[in-house]
Design a protein around this ligand. Structure first.
Ligand code: GLU
Length: 488
């Protein structure tokens, strides 16, 4: 085993960075961080049709936003690059040849139709499909004949030959960092293609060559890769390479225990960010999908998590992505932000308003009095419309049940009459409103009813931020204008 701990995240850019990949990246990162190892990013873009530059950019941006900065990768380089598979195509043939020379691989001339027929036959007999090995023992003459027909061979890995060379039993084992002993009957693994007839390597092959050349010591990834791991171990052995340690993480399920997908809500890191989740909350939440802090304190930053992280303590079972818990956690993180920080972070969610209507002091105060109930940053959008514009949109219900009442009309008339002479500071407004409510109380009108009338007229709503602060922020002109408009 190479001395240095080197881990990697190897996303395929066929979509935006998924939270599941973010968790895998995090666990690799934590594992490396703990022992001063290296965290490598490799882009696995051999499937050109599904790859796009926008997805690659999204992966970079999302990992960076989460604080998962890589030590080596496509943009920063490193000693074992290039780190993008499509730039490595000339590296793979040499290793294919090595396997052919050693007798661990062979040319396969089967056409897609022939293979399809084999698969159909297996389905008909209710058997799991395993390639027939029809091409394993072709003579040079037979191959020449097939080539003369215009066929181009794919290269297949010979499971049985590799297995027999390195293992006594058809059942092979490895010690998983998370799940302990795992084994597989290799007779159930078909001889799989390592290089397609067009010369492009397949995932199981390219990943081994890259991990080998990039000196990856530990591979932590989702348990959906366990069946691949057995294939990959045999390739390492066939190449005479050191087999890295593997750790497989349980899957992330939706609250309904099905695979987490779009229909449950956001799944890509960037979607969460667009919805107003903080990346520091998201990464903390994602860490808890399979890992638990030893002191039971769940709110922790990545450095604190790294101190406490032990891969063998990661749960081997599936975790449920509880959106409610993420919301709670995000709310906790918002509460921890300073007002200055929050002012900045809220700006992308206030673009429908003209922020220049508020000076810095007013904007600060608005954030102070509206931040309490925020669980996601985008909650601000619907919480503040009445801070902007000359007029206000009044809810129909507020109009009929609050503003149209005789009491409200009476309150508003008195308010306009008195308030025009008030000194418009928050402190003074607080005192004046106290007195104002008192006067109406003597006439038998409850203080909250008095305030509803003012709030309804000024904000169009019956609930919202501290009323005195709202009046102060809006300023006398806007407040009186709105109050007058509400008077019939
Ligand atoms: N590109 C593969 C994926 O995204 C990587 C799997 C692995 O970690 O080996 O699933």
């Amino acid at each position: 085993m190479s001395e240095e701990v080197r881990v990697r995240i190897a996303p395929s850019p066929s979509g935006n960075l998924h939270v599941g990949t973010a968790r895998t990246a995090l666990f690799n990162y934590l594992y490396a961080k703990k022992v001063g190892g290296k965290f490598v990013l490799r882009i696995e873009d051999t499937d050109a049709e599904r790859t796009s530059q926008a997805y690659i950019d999204n992966i970079f941006d999302s990992l960076k936003a989460l604080g998962l900065n890589w030590d080596e990768g496509p943009d920063v380089g490193g000693p074992y690059g290039p780190y993008t598979q499509s730039e490595r195509f000339d590296i793979y043939p040499k290793y294919v040849q090595e396997l052919l020379d050693k007798g661990f691989a062979y040319e396969c001339y089967c056409t897609p139709e022939e293979l399809e027929a084999e698969k159909e036959e297996a389905t008909k007999n209710k058997k799991a499909y395993v390639y027939s090995k029809k091409c394993e023992n072709l003579t040079e003459e037979e191959k020449a004949k097939l080539r003369a027909e215009g066929r181009k061979p794919a290269i297949r890995f010979s499971i049985d030959k590799a297995r027999k060379a390195f293992h006594d039993s058809p059942v092979i084992h490895f010690e998983d960092l998370v799940k302990g002993d795992l084994h597989q009957d290799t007779s159930l693994i078909g001889d799989f293609v390592i290089m397609k007839s067009n010369g492009s390597p397949t995932y199981n092959f390219a990943v081994v060559i890259d991990d080998m050349l990039m000196k990856i010591s530990h591979i932590i990834r989702g348990e959906d890769h366990i069946s691949n791991t057995f294939k990959q171990i045999l390739i390492y052995e066939a190449l005479g390479a050191e087999v890295p340690r593997f750790g497989h993480l349980g899957m992330i399920l939706a609250p309904d225990r099905s695979k987490l997908s779009k229909r449950h809500g956001a799944t890509a890191v960037s979607e969460f960010v667009e919805k107003g989740y903080l990346t520091e909350a998201l990464i903390n939440f994602v860490a808890l999908l399979g890992w638990a802090p030893s002191d039971g304190v769940e709110i922790k930053n990545v450095d604190e998590i790294a101190q406490d992280f032990r891969i063998h303590e990661v749960s081997s079972s599936n975790s449920v992505f509880e959106y409610d818990k993420l919301n709670w956690m995000n709310g906790q993180y918002i509460k921890k932000l300073s007002t200055e920080e929050l002012k900045e972070r809220l700006k992308p969610f206030l673009t429908k308003y003209d922020l220049s209507e508020l000076n810095d002091e007013q904007y600060t105060r608005m954030v102070e009095v509206t931040r309490e109930p925020l669980t996601i940053l985008s909650d601000i959008t619907d919480a503040v419309p009445y801070f902007f514009g000359k007029d206000v949109v009044v809810d129909d219900e507020v109009q009929t049940t609050v503003l149209d009442t005789e009491t409200s009309q009476e309150v508003l008339k008195a308010f306009v009459e008195q308030a025009k002479d008030w000194e418009w500071t928050e402190e003074n407004l607080h005192e004046k409103l106290e007195v104002f409510r008192g006067e109406f109380k003597e006439k038998g009108i409850k203080p909250k009813v008095t305030m509803w009338a003012i709030r309804g007229a000024v904000t169009g709503r019956t609930r919202g931020a501290d009323m005195t602060a709202v009046l102060a922020i809006l300023g006398k002109d806007k407040v009186l204008n709105r109050a007058k408009k509400a008077i019939k």
